[in-house]
Design a protein around this ligand. Sequence first.
Ligand SMILES: Nc1ncnc2c1ncn2[C@@H]1O[C@H](COP(=O)(O)OP(=O)(O)OP(=O)(O)O)[C@@H](O)[C@H]1O
Length: 506
Amino acid sequence: MPAETMDELVSLCKRRGFIFQGSEIYGGLQGTYDYGPLGVELKNNLKAAWWRANVYERDDMEGLDASILTHRLVLHYSGHEATFADPLIDNRISKKRYRLDHLLKEQKPQVLEAVAEAMGLGDWDMTTLVAALMADPEKAAEAMTSAKVIDPANGAPGDWTPPRPFNMMFRTNIGPVVDEDSYGYLRPETAQGIFINFKNVLDSTARRLPFGIAQIGKAFRNEITPRNFIFRVREFEQMEIEFFVKPGTDEEWHQRWLETRLQWWEDQGIPRHQIHVLDVPKADLAHYSKRTFDLMYNFPTLGFEEIEGIANRSDYDLGSHTKAQSELNIQARVMENTDSTAKLAVQDPDTKAWFVPYVIEPSAGVDRGVLAVLSEAYTKEQLDSGEERIVLKLKPHLAPIKVAVIPLAKNKEEITSYARSLKARLQALGMGRVLYEDTGNIGKAYRRHDEVGTPFCLTVDYDTIGKSQDGSTTLKDTVTVRDRDTMMQERVHVSELAQYLLERLR
Ligand SMILES: Nc1ncnc2c1ncn2[C@@H]1O[C@H](COP(=O)(O)OP(=O)(O)OP(=O)(O)O)[C@@H](O)[C@H]1O
């Protein structure tokens, strides 16, 4: 059974070294988190699983690692400069700042009804209400104040300012000269790096449609109200695929990617029933999207929230960044591009006509993925002894530590050196981190490794080194293997350990 509250997860993450608040010793930097010794392993394992499934195991994908610092023209023509904004509103009394749609979601229905009425709306939903408020900011301020919209910070009605769009990109100066032209952006998504390299990848790999480019990397958004632990942060990682297809085949590929991605999440330990597929209503679609499926995971405390968006982006992206737009019969509405030096189009092998590919984009958040996987794996068990056991039932390939090798006696040189050499041999198998563990007693070590999801604990004891109390040597060169989930222990000969572990850790 997954975790019931976010607090349980936050507490485990801090206690066991998965995730810490960013800049914590100086009071914390909001919207940033640092991955600790175990967090970095889990995160790397999740990214490796994604790369394996989407690059190595397919024959129609290439990888890329584009730069984070981005030329302003990239984000100008992509539309981000003009439209990558969230609606912002302030309460003059508390001085608190909110994202308008988030603030409204926390209001009682009668308050929302009063706001809509003051705005003169008959039939409305959240999307049309936000749109109406943004279209007339002065009236919106009056409506929200007179309808007594509550400030969640103090539970009292606010004195609301007119809402305004707030661009979420981090703009930064580039180079030693600070002037109006020498700025760029930290990328707000990894996708643009893929689009602007489309021709480079095509020319260097001789790919034909359909094919995709995959990338994992950091993205930055100046979220108005970062919250819910690593769910909404200002610096995060994305795992993005831009899959280029012939127009007309896009809808079929969109469906295929939906199924592929759901299967992948299942392989990471997130069952199908814990994900709701939202077919995003037309009114809520991003400006580039023909259709989008959001994968909404049932997070503890938060409920169903997005972990991945799978968008049919039509020919908007390559069409926006290409030169010679007028020759390419672009379907999407794009800004006229007078700066691009590359033709981002392909030739139909039969007709020889040039056209701009459509793009299917499965875009997943690494951090939200980590949170979902942790929450699904978190298990509280009542043992026969009456004790409670917390165990992270992570899929073995995601576990931060695969195997802990524990010497039963810390001061017995023969045992510790046997354990150290066994650790080194297992580490060399390349299955991930193997830990030599000699802190605390064996019971405590088991408890700790249950809590961090280590699938196997191996104990090296007197029997292993051929010095059993009864003088027998039948158990020489065997170790006790304890299984995290069943807590069963069995004796395994060290010559069979490699195969034993590799089979079970796959
Ligand atoms: N501020 C953030 N913190 C952590 N992950 C994020 C953040 N913004 C986006 N992501 C991740 O990147 C993925 C793709 O980004 P996309 O632009 O589709 O998100 P979004 O629709 O803007 O998300 P939201 O509506 O929750 O702000 C999301 O599904 C999510 O997993």
